[in-house]
Design a protein around this ligand. Structure first.
Ligand SMILES: Nc1ncnc2c1ncn2[C@@H]1O[C@H](COP(=O)(O)OP(=O)(O)OP(=O)(O)O)[C@@H](O)[C@H]1O
Ligand SMILES: [Mg+2]
Length: 288
C-alpha cells in the first residue's frame, strides 16, 4: 500500500493539464445522483469539455442502463487485471464517456480501498481522453466515498426538499466532518416543486452545517421535479437530449454553468495532482 502511494505521488508530479473532478453524492438514496451525474456529463461536453463519468456504485451500477449502452466490461475487469482502464470506457450519446461500476457482482460491493487506489492510479492514464471526471457514488457513506469526497475539487451533495432526505444529507456531512475531511460542498436540491421553499430549505441546511461542522457548503442550485426525467430514464436517453427545453434541463444547464466557474481557490493543489494527493493522504482511512 505504501509503495503504491509513493508511485502515485511520483506519477502525479508528471501531470500537466488541469482536470476538474467532481463527486456526486447524497445521504438518502434515489434523490437523482445518477440522473444528474449523467446529464452533467452531457452538459459539460456541450460546453467543449470532455467528460468521463465513473460509476462507483459498485455492484449496483446504472449509468449504462440510463444511457441504454450495454457494457461488455466494467471496473471488475480492471480490478482483476483482465482489462486496462481505457478498454472499459464506453461512449454514449453526444460522446459522453463512462465507466460502469458493474452490476450484480457481489465482489464489487466489497471493493477495498487498496483496490480503489489501484483504479485511481489507472485513472492517471486518462488525461488524453478526458478533462472532467464525475464520480457517481452510491447513497450514504463508506470509506471509498469518503476518499472521493475528500479528494475531489468539489462535492455535489444532492437532496430533495423532503425532511428525511435533508436530515440524511446533514448526517452524511456530520460523518465527513467527524472523519476530519473538509471538502468543498455544493448543494443541489432536486425534485423541487416550489423554488422559494427550496431556497429556504437550502439556507436552513447550510446554516446548521455551518454551525455544527467545519465544512464549507454553498448553494449550487435547484432542479424542478419534472416528469420528463422519468420518461428519459424509461427511454434510456438523458433528459438534456430527449427534452432539452424542459424545466429540469434548463435548471441543469444553469447548474453546470456554475460548476464550471467553481474555482479550486481554497485548494492548495487543484486538478488531478491535488486530487491524488488528497486521495492518498490519510492512510488511517484504509482499514485493511
Ligand atoms: N428532477 C426530477 N424530477 C422527477 N424525477 C426525478 C428527478 N430527478 C430524478 N428523478 C427520478 O428519481 C429516480 C431516482 O433517480 P436516480 O437513480 O438518478 O437517483 P440516485 O440518487 O442515483 O439513486 P441511488 O441512490 O439508488 O443511486 C429516477 O426514477 C429518476 O428518474
Ligand atoms: Mg444512482
Amino acid at each position: 500500500m505504501k509503495d503504491q502511494a509513493e508511485r502515485l505521488r511520483m506519477l502525479m508530479g508528471m501531470q500537466k493539464k488541469q482536470m476538474k473532478i467532481f463527486t456526486v453524492t447524497s445521504g438518502k438514496g434515489g434523490v437523482g445522483k445518477s440522473s444528474l451525474a449523467l446529464n452533467f456529463g452531457i452538459a459539460f461536453n456541450r460546453r467543449g469539455r470532455r467528460s468521463l463519468i465513473i460509476d462507483t456504485d459498485f455492484g449496483f451500477s446504472n449509468i449504462d442502463v440510463m444511457l441504454g449502452v450495454r457494457t461488455p466490461f466494467d471496473l471488475m475487469d480492471v480490478v482483476k487485471g483482465r482489462k486496462e482502464i481505457n478498454e472499459v470506457i464506453e461512449t454514449g450519446l453526444e460522446g459522453v464517456q463512462f465507466i460502469s461500476g458493474g452490476s450484480g457482482v457481489y465482489e464489487l460491493t466489497k471493493l477495498g480501498s487498496a483496490q480503489l487506489m489501484g483504479i485511481v492510479e489507472k485513472v492517471l492514464s486518462l488525461e488524453s481522453v478526458c478533462d472532467t471526471i464525475i464520480f457517481d457514488t452510491g447513497a450514504g457513506i463508506n470509506d471509498n466515498t469518503l476518499r472521493l469526497i475528500r479528494a475531489s475539487d468539489d462535492t455535489v451533495l444532492v437532496t430533495t426538499p423532503e425532511p428525511t432526505s435533508v436530515v440524511d444529507a446533514y448526517a452524511l456531512l456530520k460523518i465527513v466532518n467527524e472523519q476530519g475531511v473538509r471538502p468543498n460542498v455544493s448543494l443541489v436540491l432536486n425534485k423541487v416543486e416550489d423554488k422559494r421553499e427550496a431556497v429556504s430549505v437550502m439556507d436552513g441546511l447550510i446554516r446548521i452545517v455551518e454551525k455544527n461542522t467545519d465544512i464549507k457548503m454553498k448553494k449550487l442550485g435547484v432542479i424542478s421535479r419534472d416528469a420528463n426525467m422519468l420518461s428519459a430514464v424509461k427511454k434510456q436517453v438523458p433528459i438534456l437530449v430527449s427534452h432539452p427545453l424542459c424545466a429540469a434541463s434548463a435548471d441543469i444547464n444553469q447548474i453546470v454553468g456554475s460548476m464550471l466557474n467553481i474555482s479550486a481557490q481554497e485548494r492548495k493543489k487543484p486538478g488531478l495532482a491535488g486530487f491524488l494527493e488528497r486521495f492518498i493522504s490519510r492512510s488511517d482511512m484504509v482499514k485493511e
